[in-house]
Design a protein around this ligand. Structure first.
Ligand code: GDP
Length: 295
């Protein structure tokens, strides 16, 4: 791991005395450090460059307050700008209909099934909801089985239609069943592939069109670095999703994907996954992510 950026910025500014203002000359070295930190965190090169230019514009000419060191001030400018670019605030999912329908999308292995369970568990325990999980992966019996195991562990019912090869029909029937049985949230786990594939895209587009979900969420593995951005872009072009779920943040990634995805698709990151257990879920806090990316 590289040296903590906050310490580095304070160090490079310690050498400068007197001017009382942040100038182009004394900021150049610091911006290089910032860019390096972003690249280390797997932020896309162009995004890192644009970011440092923004910070430069903000910082230059600013008077350094008597009470703070210039290094500390730069750290604050960088931190705040990063948090701002990642949305500034937490964004919740919006559940207004009865039942509210949440459609999960993403590649196989991104953590969709696990996250579906975590979200159901959270809605049940924190918001006293009565969710129904739906297995819409018609290709992999193991995926259906996995969702059943997840459902059992959190005591949430799982709707399946084994042998049926029409995910639109399964989703519609599940919503009917939820209405009949008083489930106020329906979470639909869909099939994923290891890479983007036209048939998968058409299938999930068709599900979205048929059920008009309250929330379409895109799940992405934060460890996949720059690939995460391309995947997010393609899914967004096809689905115009409402929010991003960044999983596996318990790994050693710095989470630069959060900045890249947010910048490219301009959709809020709503939750993060921080482990394999059903309670390893948190709302996305831009300020905390900013700390993590900068180290
Ligand atoms: P899906 O194919 O998109 O449904 O992905 P899964 O939910 O099956 O997850 C793939 C693997 O990642 C499983 O082994 C999960 O236990 C694991 N996983 C999912 N979310 C997280 C997370 O936030 N942290 C960690 N460490 N592992 C996760």
């Amino acid at each position: 791991m590289f040296e903590n950026l906050t310490d580095r910025l304070e160090k490079s500014f310690k050498l400068l005395k007197g001017s009382g203002q942040i100038t182009e000359i004394n900021v150049a070295e610091t911006l290089k450090d910032v860019r390096r930190a972003l690249l280390d965190a797997d932020v896309n090169f162009k995004i890192a460059k644009d970011f440092t230019n923004r910070v430069k514009d903000k910082a230059i000419g600013q008077k350094v307050l008597e009470s703070v060191k210039p290094g500390q001030m730069m750290v604050k400018i960088v931190h705040d700008e990063l948090a701002e670019l990642m949305g500034g605030e937490t964004v919740d999912i919006s559940l207004t209909k009865s039942p509210s329908v949440i459609l999960m999308s993403g590649l196989q292995g991104s953590g969709k099934t696990t996250f579906s369970g975590k979200l159901a568990n959270r809605l049940k325990s924190k918001q006293k909801k009565n969710p129904l999980l739906v297995a819409c992966d018609i290709y992999r019996p193991a995926a259906i089985e996995q969702l059943k195991v997840v459902g059992e562990s959190i005591e949430v019912p799982v709707y399946t239609e084994e042998g049926v090869k029409d995910p639109v029909k399964i989703a519609k029937n599940a919503i009917k069943k939820a209405k009949a049985e008083g489930n106020d949230v329906v979470i639909i786990d869909t099939a994923g592939r290891l890479a983007i594939d036209e048939q998968m895209m058409q299938e999930i587009e068709a599900i979205k069109k048929a059920i008009d979900p309250d929330e379409t969420l895109f799940v992405v593995d934060s460890m996949t670095g720059q690939d995460a951005v391309n995947t997010a872009k393609e899914f967004n072009e096809r689905l115009d999703f409402d929010g991003v779920i960044l999983t596996k943040l318990d790994g050693d990634t710095r989470g630069g994907a959060a900045l890249s995805i947010r910048t490219v698709v301009k959709k809020p990151i709503k939750f993060v996954g921080t482990g394999e257990k059903m309670d390893a879920i948190d709302v996305f806090h831009p300020s905390r992510m900013s700390d993590r990316i900068l180290g």
